[in-house]
Design a protein around this ligand. Structure first.
Ligand SMILES: Nc1ccn([C@@H]2O[C@H](COP(=O)(O)OP(=O)(O)OP(=O)(O)O)[C@@H](O)[C@H]2O)c(=O)n1
Ligand SMILES: C/C(=C\CO)CCC[C@H](C)CCC[C@H](C)CCCC(C)C
Length: 189
């Protein structure tokens, strides 16, 4: 039935999210990837894999709530460890910039809150959510890769960001949404 399918999908995606963070912790721990890179890759893959998991859910009206459980649990997780009720060094190592637990309450928390809002408001019914998540996850990653290498010409209002980095964000975000939309996995008309 639909409940069984959506429940199963929720469990699978929850396990996926948990494994993603653990895998990057293991890689940073073994110094196979730098912490700064780990954070970026987890940032990109969380959004992309999360969107890619949506076709697993049924067409029922409650499907979006099942999908929303995953960012919700991660939101609780970031609050729990970010506020210091418990400690989770692995989480801190794979998603923060400097390895401070307070950082969990900034970028990573905002990121999962955006995932939560988008999944509840837009789900698969509108391209707005898909474009937003593609820009936030994929676009941001590309802005970093391209901007760090070629971004010598900075934006007038933010000297840490470059013109090419910003262009790379819009172009790759656009391409990622177009790719996602054209896969036919979504009931978008
Ligand atoms: N529009 C953009 C966005 C990013 N960048 C480049 O990508 C790097 C990281 O950008 P961003 O992801 O926005 O910053 P954070 O991840 O917050 O910071 P960090 O540098 O610690 O990764 C910037 O330093 C910059 O070199 C850029 O040139 N143009
Ligand atoms: C490092 C991050 C942002 C800062 O720039 C991203 C933080 C990510 C979360 C801790 C984990 C989020 C998991 C997603 C809700 C679901 C991913 C599912 C997928 C199947 C792996």
């Amino acid at each position: 039935s639909m409940l069984l399918r959506d429940g199963g999908a929720t469990l699978l995606v929850t396990a996926g999210a948990y494994s993603l963070v653990r895998a990057f912790d293991a890689l940073t721990e073994r110094r196979l990837v730098q912490q700064s890179l780990s954070r970026k890759v987890v940032h990109v893959l969380s959004g992309v894999f999360f969107m890619a998991s949506w076709p697993l859910f049924s067409n029922s009206t409650s499907a979006r709530f099942f999908a929303a459980v995953v960012p919700f649990l991660n939101c609780v997780r970031l609050l729990t460890y970010g506020l210091g009720f418990y400690s989770d060094e692995a989480l801190v190592k794979s998603v923060t910039r400097e390895g401070k637990r307070e950082e969990l309450l900034r970028g990573p928390l905002y990121y999962v809150i955006v995932l939560l809002i988008i999944v509840l408001v837009f789900w698969r019914d509108s391209p707005i959510g898909i474009v937003s998540l593609s820009m936030m996850s994929g676009g941001d990653g590309f802005a970093d890769i391209v901007g760090r290498r070629f971004g010598s010409l900075k934006l007038p209002f933010n000297k840490k960001k470059s013109w090419v980095g910003s262009a790379a964000m819009f172009i790759s975000g656009f391409l990622l949404s177009a790719l996602y939309g054209s896969c036919g996995a979504l009931p978008l008309s």
